[in-house]
Design a protein around this ligand. Structure first.
Ligand code: TMP
Ligand code: ASP
Length: 234
């Protein structure tokens, strides 16, 4: 499958057309941004690692009955996926307080949440991806209530599957972000699932093995991404 025209270049990925109108290629870059792209950098080898981790997780989720856009891994940095009409809502699930939840509600980082917390954010850079709820989604016509029910059910299932998966790799799944879209009328999980979009802590030491190392200048960033890949492969 050859790359056609560039459709879109995002912060961490580039999307290309293919000769099949239903399929596109997503290329994973080493670029990293944080805090609304006010912080920019490069994490050497990140694209290759995130492609491999995402492919492994999408395959796992498909095997457990979650429909995703994943078709196949094409090369080190390239993944073939189904073309989606993206729902402009980011879904976050949190198992342990960190990041945005700690800031929003003053809950200390590391506190285990009694129940997983689901959040929606409106995908709008100009508005800084604000926190929204089902009513906002309805008035903005971002998705129908039926579509949101599917998205919510899939998201909690993904949480359970990924918690078990990362637990076996001696990692705690603190939180993560998902994106969905429709393909021929069907709701599919899209985007990527990687240390860019999940918080992952070592099960014993709570060492951060995700993009927070970049966000907070903690050092050993490349090593953290490599470590996650190594652990999920063994
Ligand atoms: P947050 O605590 O900053 O809201 O992030 C929650 C999770 O979502 C965390 O695992 C990182 C991920 N995330 C993204 O994938 N993209 C983003 O733009 C943001 C803000 C967070
Ligand atoms: N990637 C996002 C940005 O650049 C934020 C993040 O992941 O922290 O704004």
């Amino acid at each position: 499958m050859e790359k056609g025209n560039k459709i879109y270049e995002g912060k961490a990925k580039i999307l290309y057309d293919t000769d099949n109108a239903d399929l596109i290629i997503q290329e994973f870059k080493d670029d990293a941004t944080a805090f609304d792209a006010t912080k920019k950098g490069t994490i050497k080898g990140k694209g290759v690692i995130n492609n491999e981790i995402s492919c492994a997780i999408f395959q796992l989720l498909e095997s457990k009955g979650i429909p995703t856009h994943f078709v196949k891994k094409l090369s080190n940095r390239d993944m073939l996926v189904k073309r989606l009409k993206i729902v402009m809502v980011e879904v976050t699930i949190r198992n342990i307080a960190a990041g945005g939840l700690s800031k929003l509600l003053g809950i200390e980082e590391g506190i285990i949440l009694k129940t997983p917390v689901l959040e929606y954010h409106y995908k709008d850079d100009l508005l800084h991806d604000p926190l929204i709820n089902d009513y906002h989604i309805e008035i903005l016509k971002l998705a129908t209530p039926q579509e949101m029910k599917k998205i919510k059910d899939y998201s909690f299932s993904v949480n359970q599957i990924m918690k078990d998966f990362f637990d076996k790799a001696n990692l705690k799944l603190v939180d993560f972000k998902l994106e969905f879209g429709t393909h021929k009328g069907k709701m599919l999980l899209g985007d990527e699932i990687s240390p860019d979009t999940c918080r992952l802590w070592d099960k014993i030491t709570n060492e951060k093995l995700d993009k927070d190392r970049f966000r907070r200048d903690l050092g050993r960033i490349e090593e953290a991404y490599q470590e996650v890949l190594k652990r999920i492969k063994t």
